[in-house]
Design a protein around this ligand. Structure first.
Ligand SMILES: Nc1ncnc2c1ncn2[C@@H]1O[C@H](COP(=O)(O)OP(=O)(O)OP(=O)(O)O)[C@@H](O)[C@H]1O
Ligand SMILES: [Mg+2]
Length: 324
């Protein structure tokens, strides 16, 4: 099996090391490198998924351009060209693969497929989740019955298309799990973030409106290619000029729940073309969701690698071929 890229060691100032991305500081810009790391239940696994980072980067790149072309909202992406003269160490499976002044051609090609140069922004510390179908934690809440949706639509089944789009706002927890924010709490976070009480409601409304629009056009596009976007998460930031931008990643299998339309059958858990098989396998091991996580078997790694690629092929590659 191909090796996964788990670490990058580029000789640039580190901005942040996320669970999946290594981010370097280029003053008013950032260099984001998407590794092959995979997380579940907020814990990063010890093994990576070969080429997952490449798939995520290609999908975000595609969707950022797509949403911008639709005129909905601008985003942080400046370029996907690897800056010249990158110096560093590239690690595969934890072992330094090569150490040299300027990284070799092969590593450069690999790196080039996983990077983005973006505008540095102040990220709004909220994740905006849009749901078109009832799944995951929303289904869990509905099943338990302690949720408003149960009162208005008591008979909804797992995986069913929702009668209206839902938006949910959660914290972006630095440590531990994200928590739901109600509208009042969302306003408080935005007030703190913008440092003013002025227009907070209308800013929140703008962000939520944009989130719905993105979901609508993206899911229409995906459905035409046999993919259901059951739900997805967006992040927004403000650039130095004060513009609201879509940031982070966009409509990838890490930030969304994807189902194949031909296999969709409400009333049970759907087969997910995202991290779902990993979550299911982890649940089956009885792991308590605290680090260290169990080692992933090869079949799971292979299955995930295939699913990530399948979704990418269906969403972008096959279309490009069809249009060519
Ligand atoms: N344009 C941007 N400006 C500043 N920060 C950004 C920008 N785009 C993305 N980020 C931040 O970079 C990080 C991406 O890294 P990654 O996806 O690996 O992290 P994560 O584990 O999801 O991070 P976190 O735990 O902070 O949510 C996120 O914290 C995201 O908010
Ligand atoms: Mg992230």
């Amino acid at each position: 099996m191909k090796k996964a890229m788990l670490e990058t060691g580029i000789i640039l100032k580190e901005f942040k090391k996320g669970k999946i991305r290594d981010i370097y500081d280029l003053d008013d810009r950032l260099l984001i490198v998407t590794t092959d790391r995979v997380s579940a239940f907020d814990v990063v696994m010890r093994q990576g998924i070969p080429d997952k980072g490449i798939v995520l980067n290609q999908l975000s790149d595609f969707w950022f351009r797509f949403i911008e072309e639709k005129g909905i909202i601008k985003n942080h992406l400046i370029s996907t060209e690897l800056p010249r003269g990158i110096i560093g160490v590239v690690f595969y499976d934890g072992k330094p693969f090569r150490i040299c002044q300027e990284i070799g051609q092969k590593q450069k090609e690999n790196l080039a497929q996983r990077i983005m140069i973006v505008k540095k922004t102040k990220v709004i510390p909220v994740e905006f989740i849009v749901r078109g179908y009832l799944a995951g934690s929303a289904w869990e809440k509905h099943k338990r019955g302690d949720w408003w949706l149960k009162k208005v639509r008591p008979n909804l089944k797992e995986g069913e298309r929702l009668p209206f789009l839902l938006i949910q706002h959660t914290t972006k927890a630095e440590i531990g799990h994200d928590k739901d924010l109600d509208l009042r709490e969302l306003y408080q976070v935005l007030e703190r973030y913008f440092g003013t009480k002025e227009y907070i409601a209308s800013r929140a409304e703008t962000i939520m409106g944009k989130s719905f629009e993105i979901y609508k056009v993206a899911s229409e596009y995906a459905e035409a290619r046999g993919i259901i976007i059951a739900d997805t998460k967006f992040e927004f930031g403000i650039d130095i000029e004060g513009n609201l931008l879509l940031v982070d990643e966009l409509l990838t299998p890490d930030s969304s729940r994807f189902w194949l339309k031909e296999k969709w059958q409400p009333g049970k858990q759907q087969e997910g073309y995202d991290k779902q098989p990993l979550r299911d396998w982890l649940e089956s091991t009885g792991w308590d969701k605290n680090p260290p996580p169990p080692d992933l078997p090869e079949e799971i790694i292979k299955l995930l690698a295939e699913r990530y690629q399948e979704i990418r092929d269906r969403l972008i590659l096959k279309t490009k071929k069809a249009e060519a």
